[in-house]
Design a protein around this ligand. Structure first.
Ligand code: NAD
Ligand code: UD1
Length: 312
């Protein structure tokens, strides 16, 4: 049994990871300020401890880290929206970068001994560079405060490994989707918003012409990737794409979701969002080299997502 910290563990990816870790018999500590997450997401188990706290509370985080000396640390807390970071660059920087740097510094200064620190970075770091699919070595072009903070924090993670020997690894998630993703903010992940519109028969606002493409990866594949990266010793002080290696336009993914749900989405079009990336697709060769293989394509994933919403 390992002792695991998940920041942002009441959110979409963090809570699904917590479900899996608890199922495997680990002890899980979650820190989340519930700005986007919910206590309903957190698995009910005596092996889970939840703190409603912000990771920007450095005093609290430092004490928590020293008291527990965790085996594994997953840094998933973030203001996860590109658009929100453009509205609030200073506030989001405090969460997306400074709070994570404080965690690294505490581990270094206090000589804590995690087996792995996994940081959730993003495909957003690639921006609109022409090379597709994106390899981890492709050019970087962060186009928003969110992407800048993700890239800078990645570098801190990699270099804390190289300079001070901390075992870190970074995931460049592409567009993750599935049950538990919160649709309630206008900045939420697009498929959670489409889901909500399908369920409530609401109008979906499509920004741009719908030709923008994304590599949508189902949550179960993402949890697999996180566990592989945490437990593979060679995956150290490095960065990995986490995706499916397949791409689809927004209009086509909406059509696919209409087929999966047997419903129609009412769409109204608006101007493209500032800082929006046009095309995104991953090369996942590097992660495949560690034994990762995505199991859920977009058709199967949307069907699973819709079924889960029906059960709810
Ligand atoms: P999410 O919003 O569901 O989860 C993030 C969690 O962090 C939320 O529960 C939120 O309440 C919490 N949080 C926010 N600010 C906090 C703070 N100051 N202190 C403590 N908790 C705080 O988003 P998610 O989709 O689960 O994303 C998890 C991570 O993966 C994030 O770092 C995000 O940037 C990254 N990511 C997600 C995607 C995606 O497609 N979902 C893609 C790339 C990267
Ligand atoms: C998403 C993630 C981000 C991650 C990135 C990695 C969320 C909220 N954002 O950003 O954390 O770093 O993937 O690739 O999970 N759109 C609409 N209508 C809407 C909402 C969105 O048309 O109501 C459009 C957007 O303009 C965009 C596309 O859908 O073109 C996808 O948007 P979104 O789900 O917010 O994802 P990204 O911006 O790609």
């Amino acid at each position: 049994m390992s002792k695991v910290l998940i920041t942002g563990g009441a959110g979409f990816i963090g809570s699904t990871l917590a479900d899996k870790l608890v199922e495997e018999g680990n002890e899980v500590v979650i820190v989340d300020d519930l700005s986007m997450g919910s206590t309903e997401n957190i698995p009910q188990s005596i092996n889970v401890t939840f703190y409603e706290e912000s990771i920007t509370n450095h005093f609290f985080m430092t004490k928590l880290l020293i008291t527990n000396n965790f085996d594994y640390i997953y840094l998933l807390a973030a203001v996860a929206s590109v658009a929100d970071s453009i509205e609030r660059p200073i506030e989001t920087h405090a969460v997306n970068q400074n709070a994570n740097l404080n965690i690294l510094e505490t581990i270094r200064k206090e000589k804590l001994t995690p087996k792995k620190i996994v940081f959730s970075s993003s495909a957003a770091v690639y921006g609109n560079g022409p090379e597709l699919p994106k390899k981890e070595t492709s050019s970087i072009d962060p186009m928003s405060p969110y992407a800048i903070d993700k890239f800078a924090t990645e570098r801190f993670m990699v270099d804390y490994g190289k300079l001070y020997g901390l075992p870190t690894v970074c995931t460049r998630f592409f567009n993750v989707y599935g049950p538990k993703q919160n649709p309630k903010s206008p900045y939420s992940g697009v498929l959670s918003i489409v889901s909500d519109c399908l369920v409530r028969d609401d109008i979906f606002t499509l920004f741009g012409d719908g030709s923008q493409t994304r590599d949508y990866v189902y949550i179960d594949d993402v949890v697999d990737a996180l566990l592989i990266l945490a437990t593979t010793p060679e995956a150290k002080n490095d960065v990995y794409n986490v995706a499916t290696g397949e791409t689809i336009s927004l209009v086509d993914v909406i059509k696919a979701y209409e087929s999966a749900s047997g419903r129609k989405v009412k769409v109204v079009k608006k101007e493209a969002r500032l800082g929006d990336v046009q095309d995104s697709l991953a090369d996942i060769t590097k992660l495949r080299g560690l034994g990762y293989e995505p199991k859920v394509n977009v058709t199967a994933g949307l069907a699973k997502y819709w079924d889960a919403l029906q059960e709810k």
